[in-house]
Design a protein around this ligand. Sequence first.
Ligand code: ZN
Length: 338
Amino acid sequence: MFETTLAGSLPKPSWLATPNVLWAPWTLTGRPLQEAKEDATALAIRRQEQAGIDIVSDGEQARQHFVHGFLAEVEGVDFDKKVRMGIRNNRYEADCPTVTAPLRRRRFVHEKEARVARASTARKLKFTLPGPMTLIDTLADGHYGDRVKMAFAFAELLNQEAKDLEKLGVDVIQFDEPAFNVYLAETVEWGVPALEKAAEGLKCATAVHICYGYGIEANIKWKGTLGESWRQYEQTFPALDRSRIQQVSLECRQSHVPPELMKLLKTKTVLVGAIDVASEKVETPEEVAATLKLATEFVDPERIQACTNCGMAPMTLGAAYAKLRALTQGAALARKTL
Ligand code: ZN
């Protein structure tokens, strides 16, 4: 009950990348950069273990961004042909690379860091990949002429990557789909089917993370427009509950998501976001336990994992690991009091 885990990313040490920013530039280049990425991965695992996390991750230490880390090794994506476009339904603008030819994975993209992570821990290991809908929302299309077709082409590549990760001994593969909170009808229509395609044939646990984004300014502004009650999950959870994806990671702490929406996940393991990533203020174990207890009103405790709301990449290292410790202590407290 209440196994602890995290949504995925963790801050990088300053000897690897510029601290406290998204898309942080690397501090090193060439061979020293590769070595630093591997050291940071092993260290992130060690620090998660020290914080008491049950299902640890590589902390996404070897990628600059959760989408572009994967894209960097995909043939057919032209990074020199950037198009300024509105993404997440025009929530913010980004310079997006263009798909100019059929998509093909050049190699096992995350092999090095996945090997290091696997060798660094005996605990369960989670590895995150971007979901197909979020991937295509971050790209211009100069080849397929059909965004759904492009999403399914990516789903095929993600499936290859996921199967390679599974072979390395990864226990949980999580697809990050923040776009599922933006394009609600499309999520039901083709987003969930594309996600299932990406997870097809996997024997390890499969998860999807759906959030309202990092605590950056554009997201805080967007959240301000969503009103008092955020009911996006209400439209997408029934489709996810019918899918073969086993775990759903969602926001709870300091969010306006009505907790009763968790009831819609009747058969899934629910990763309850009990840690706010938009604030450096560390939760108390009591606050974490209260969030978990609230979730038990709607979900059988045996199906609940204690998690963070989202990735922690833009936070300070100190706050991020203090929050993970609070998560572990809060889960222990909730277990004791239930
Ligand atoms: Zn997230």
